[in-house]
Design a protein around this ligand. Structure first.
Ligand SMILES: Cc1ncc(COP(=O)(O)O)c(C=O)c1O
Length: 392
């Protein structure tokens, strides 16, 4: 499918060109488990060793790159890693000890933790920034800034940031803008269209889509950065295993329709919650009065399957967890099933910055839902009866 750009995104999810076609004519790509490949003469083989390349990983790396808008995905495939955190670590390898990074204060707790601890111990200067504060961001960016890290919508606050205007600031120096696009996937936002240089995904979430595979992916539109990251990927070795790559590739086939349904369900649930007497506030970028709704409209095709909210004080939380049946109280997100969690207690531990500032800003009483693809009437009814049954 050399002319991939002519096809729509759902078609591209299904018809990526493989590097090799099997003589059996498999319609669906099989799982290649071999760790080594026979050479015709020493050192001459299409594939060489499983850590360096694997056809199952490769088809997934090509497809996700294609979905992010990379036309020459054979030259610029993604880099599939063993987890989202492994993908984050891979990108961080680009930064040398005399350089600095700017990380949004409003990101996944594991990302904050990685940069505040491991990256700092390696000698990187790490600055955490409120990305709404353009002056602050400008003050952090200088000729030693290697990368700036952003999530929009942010996890778990569901804040929307203007990716294009942040990329303009980042590119005023030779820095790179990275977005963690786990919440969006290419079906909602394609960050390269807004000036992003490197995209990362925790494929554990929507891409895998069924809460049964751990993985991460990095995509860049810059050949030089790709070559560097590819060297790090194969040398440091935290690659995605063939079975996970198979599941992620399979996840991509239905990602478009799933994202549409997740978003539709989340939108309806957000509307229900925003009218409920038991809810103080709902955070969902699709609600017309939500902050930066105009920016969400500009850079998102749908508003996604994630939402957060605060309960009114008259709700007994312990009772509430007991009364919910379709919402599983569990970390993670992006699977077909609905999950609910308290980020402050479960995914976003507090991290203290160098100057003593508390970096993570997950509010203590914020509740996050990853809305699944169940029938929305059932999800609303379950929520409604749990809320009504939990009044103090
Ligand atoms: C937005 C986001 N980025 C990265 C990660 C880390 O991914 P993984 O758990 O696959 O390492 C997560 C995990 O929850 C996440 O929500």
């Amino acid at each position: 499918m050399g002319e991939s750009k002519k096809y729509g995104i759902n078609t591209r999810a299904l018809h990526t060109q493989k590097r090799i076609e099997l003589p059996t004519g498999d319609v669906m790509s099989p799982i290649h488990l071999t760790t080594t490949y026979a050479n015709s003469v020493p050192g001459e083989s299409e594939y060489f060793y499983g850590r360096v390349s694997n056809p199952t990983r490769e088809i997934f790396e090509r497809t996700i790159a294609s979905l992010e808008g990379i036309e020459n995905y054979d030259e610029l495939p993604a880099l599939a890693m063993a987890s989202g955190m492994a993908a984050i670590s891979l990108i961080a390898e680009l930064v040398k000890p005399d350089e600095n990074v700017v990380i949004s204060k409003d990101v996944y707790g594991g990302t904050t933790n990685f940069f505040a601890t491991i990256a700092r111990k390696r000698g990187l200067e790490v600055n955490f920034c409120d990305m709404y504060d353009k002056e602050k961001l400008e003050s952090f960016i200088n000729n030693k800034t290697k990368l700036v890290w952003l999530e929009s919508p942010s996890n778990p606050n569901m804040n929307i940031y203007d990716i294009k205007s942040i990329s303009d600031i980042v590119h005023s120096e030779n820095a790179l803008l990275v977005t963690d696009s786990t919440f969006c996937t290419p079906f909602i936002t394609r960050p390269f269209e807004h000036g992003v240089d490197i995209i990362m995904h925790s494929t554990t979430k929507y891409i895998g889509g069924h809460s049964d595979t751990l993985g991460g992916a990095v995509v860049t539109n810059n050949q030089e950065i790709y070559e560097t990251l590819y060297e790090y990927q194969k040398t440091s070795g935290g690659v995605m295993a063939p079975f996970d790559a198979y599941l992620c590739q399979r996840g991509l086939y239905t990602l478009g329709p799933r994202m549409e349904l997740h978003s539709k369900n989340a939108h309806q649930l957000a509307e229900y919650l925003s009218k409920s007497e038991h809810i103080k506030e709902v955070k969902y970028p699709g609600l017309p009065d939500s902050p930066n709704h105009d920016i969400a409209l500009k850079q998102m095709n749908y508003f996604g399957g994630m939402l957060s909210f605060f309960l009114e004080d008259h709700i007994d939380q312990e009772k509430y967890w007991d009364e919910l049946h379709l919402y599983k109280l569990a970390v993670s997100l992006g699977g077909v099933e609905t999950l609910i969690e308290v980020p402050y207690l479960m995914t976003h531990e507090k991290v203290t910055g160098l100057d003593g500032e508390v970096i993570n800003n997950a509010f203590e009483d914020l509740i996050r839902i990853s809305v699944g693809i169940e029938n929305i009437e059932d999800l609303i009814e379950d929520m409604d009866s749990a809320l009504n049954a939990s009044k103090k």
